[in-house]
Structure formats: structure tokens, C-alpha cells
Design a protein around this ligand. Structure first.
Ligand code: FMN
Length: 358
């Protein structure tokens, strides 16, 4: 029996298996509008049998985008553009989820294939926001957010959740990882404020918790909310596992249903020790010590490895990114190798058996 291909029920939503599409920016929108690329990209992974298809980071506001080509969920036109994508994912039996994000001091960049890095104001860039005027590496220093900015941003997260619901999403994931705005508030590397939003752990957690609470409040009781965190800055004096456990206990208390456990992204000089499943121990520790369901992510590439992570209780699900870019049918191939009969779409049934098909 495979645990990986057992359904996962969170509130009233049943995700048919525990292979999740990890959020992946495609940097292919205009004005934050998802398009045919997103339909085919996300749709293929639904056809490929993934239980949950999470969108890329969808920004809560124009200035929250990593690049001008990021997806958005700040206006009604974007709601309409997401609808056919959500509908197609559902038609394949997968559950559609949206990642709601603000890039903070790491916003206003070029597409990675154009070199990435900060985009100058006269090249379509904009002035970024952050907890403090502390730059990320060679990026420009952001403007320190005022209490009014913080309030407005919490309202943006709430509205983004409302709009995601209108678009038909079943799961909302708040992006509090990878050195983007909410992670920046959590970490003493990027947050040197001396007001109620900086200093002590509880002060640094205040705004991220407000944003998560706003999404939880806006999201229906019968649908789950996830939060993606970076469990470590991989740098002395930064955010770490112990603080992550404290944060996740608060998330659990407010009714967050699952923590998607990633790491890094907030210190330009981080020292990550990479290897297969290198972030899984963070997930295991958070699941155990905060008592909240988790998804593990990061260099999970093999069926047996993913099965092991879930069946040994290190996570309730796995998120895959690059392995799913290489093979949109990863879940189908994994199921086959684990001896699980994952139903193919009717249109593709003849591909399901033997080297010569049916
Ligand atoms: C092309 C690409 C885009 C990504 N965009 C996002 C994103 O929008 N939000 C996010 O939380 N992580 C993003 N990530 C990180 C992945 O979700 C994942 O955490 C990371 O790639 C590690 O998983 P992997 O080893 O399976 O690729 C992105 C990764 C890739 C490769």
C-alpha cells in the first residue's frame, strides 16, 4: 500500500493523492493576467495526476510582484483569467490551489532568463517595500513600511483571498518563505525595526500572522489554508528552526491547515547544504514539534524517496517543482513504479498498459 497515493482530507477538501505541484513562477503574464501558457503548464500537471496543483506566486498588489511578468490576484480581470485554468484542473480530478504573495524587498526584478536581478526604475522597475531599509545583497534598499502600509498590505492579502475564492480555488497558500515580504518581517536579518513589528520574536511574527489571519478569515471554513515558510535562513543570527516551530504553533492555533516547509532565500550569503530531500528534516521537526500537517519540498525526485518521506511521517505530502518541469507525468510514473493504479484520462487510456499500449 502506498501512502503517497492515499487521499489527504483537510477540512472538507479531499486531495486525491499527496503529490503536489510546488508553486513555480513562470514570469509569463502581462498585467498579472495568467494566459494560455498557464492553462497548459498547470493543466498538464493535472492531467499528469498530481493531487494538488498550486499556482505560482500570485501577487496581492502590482508592487508585490517579483517581476513585471508575475501573476496577480489584485483585480477582477485576473479573477476571470484564473477561472478557466481552475476549471480545467478540477475537470481532471485535481485540486486547484493558489499561492498568494508579496515579494517585498526582492520585487522589481528582471525575468531570470534576462539575467534576473533588480530592474532599474527607468527600465520598468519600481521602488520596493520592506520591513526595514536593509537591502538584499546588491539589490536597492527598500522603503521601510509604515504602520499604515502594513495595514494596507494585510487588506491586500484579505482581498486576494476573496478574489481567489471567486476564481474557484479550493486551497489558498500564503507565501511566507524565500526572502519575500512576510519572511523579511520574520527574520532579524531583514527586520531591524524597533516598533511593534520588530525586535522580539513575537513582534517579528506580528505582521506575517496578521496577513495569514486575514486570509484564514476570508477563506471559507470548509476549505484549507496553507502557509509556505522558510524554516531556516541558513545563516547565523537569522531565522531558524526553533523560531519556525514557534511560528507554526501560532499558525496552528489560528486554524492554518498545513505548513509547506521550504528554506532559505533571505540572506544573499546563505550557506545551504544541498542534497536529496535536504529540507525534509525541517518538515519532520515542524510536524512533530508544532503538531501541524506539513508538506516537504526540495530535491524530492524519486517515487520511492517521496513514498518514504510520507510513509515515515516526515510530511503529509510532497511538493515537487523541477522534477515536474522535467516530467509533467511524474505522478503517473511514480504510481506505476509503486504498484498503484492511478486512473488515466479516458482520452489517454490506450497508453496505460504494456510497451505496445492497448
Ligand atoms: C521555475 C521555478 C519557479 C519557482 N517559483 C516559486 C514560486 O512562485 N513560489 C515558491 O514558493 N517557490 C517557487 N519556486 C521554488 C519551488 O517551489 C521549490 O520549492 C524548489 O524548486 C525546490 O523544489 P525542487 O527541488 O522540487 O525543484 C520555484 C522554483 C522553480 C524551479
Amino acid at each position: 500500500m502506498s501512502r503517497l497515493f492515499e487521499p489527504l482530507t483537510l477540512r472538507a477538501v479531499t486531495i486525491p493523492n499527496r503529490v503536489f505541484v510546488s508553486p513555480m513562477c513562470e514570469y509569463s503574464c502581462t498585467d498579472g493576467l495568467p494566459n494560455d501558457w498557464h492553462l497548459v503548464h498547470l493543466g498538464s500537471r493535472a492531467v499528469g495526476g498530481c493531487g494538488l496543483v498550486l499556482t505560482e506566486a500570485a501577487s496581492v498588489s502590482p508592487e508585490g510582484r517579483i517581476t513585471p511578468w508575475d501573476a496577480g490576484i489584485w483585480n477582477p480581470a485576473q479573477v476571470e483569467a484564473w477561472k478557466p485554468i481552475v476549471k480545467f484542473i478540477k475537470s481532471q480530478g485535481s485540486v486547484p490551489g493558489i499561492q498568494i504573495a508579496h515579494a517585498g524587498r526582492k520585487a522589481s526584478c528582471a525575468q531570470p532568463w534576462s539575467g534576473g536581478g533588480p530592474l532599474a526604475l527607468d527600465a520598468g522597475g519600481w521602488k520596493t517595500l520592506g520591513p526595514s531599509a536593509v537591502p538584499f545583497g546588491r539589490y536597492p534598499a527598500p522603503r521601510e513600511m509604515s504602520a499604515t502600509d502594513i495595514e494596507a498590505c494585510v487588506a491586500d492579502f484579505r482581498l486576494a483571498a476573496d478574489r481567489s475564492l471567486q476564481a474557484g480555488f479550493e486551497v489558498a497558500e500564503v507565501h511566507a518563505a524565500h526572502g519575500y515580504l512576510l519572511h523579511e518581517f520574520l527574520s532579524p536579518i531583514s527586520n531591524v525595526r524597533s516598533d511593534d513589528f520588530g525586535g522580539s520574536l513575537s513582534n517579528r511574527m506580528r505582521f506575517p500572522l496578521m496577513a495569514c489571519q486575514a486570509v484564514r478569515d476570508a477563506w471559507p471554513k470548509e476549505k484549507p489554508v496553507f502557509v509556505r515558510i522558510s524554516a531556516s535562513d541558513w545563516k547565523d543570527g537569522g531565522w531558524d528552526l526553533e523560531q519556525s516551530v514557534a511560528f507554526c504553533r501560532e499558525l496552528k492555533a489560528m486554524g492554518i491547515d498545513l505548513v509547506d516547509v521550504s528554506s532559505g532565500g533571505n540572506a544573499h550569503d546563505q550557506k545551504i547544504v544541498l542534497g536529496p530531500g535536504y529540507q525534509v528534516p525541517f518538515s519532520a521537526a515542524i510536524r512533530r514539534d508544532a503538531g501541524i500537517p506539513t508538506a516537504a519540498v526540495g530535491l524530492i525526485t524519486e517515487a520511492v524517496q517521496a513514498e518514504h518521506v510520507v510513509s515515515t511521517g516526515q510530511a503529509d505530502a510532497v511538493c515537487l517543482a523541477r522534477a515536474l518541469l522535467r516530467d509533467p507525468y511524474w505522478a503517473r510514473h511514480a504510481a506505476k513504479s509503486l504498484g498503484v493504479d492511478l486512473k488515466w484520462p479516458d482520452q489517454y487510456l490506450r497508453a496505460d498498459v504494456g510497451p505496445f499500449g492497448r
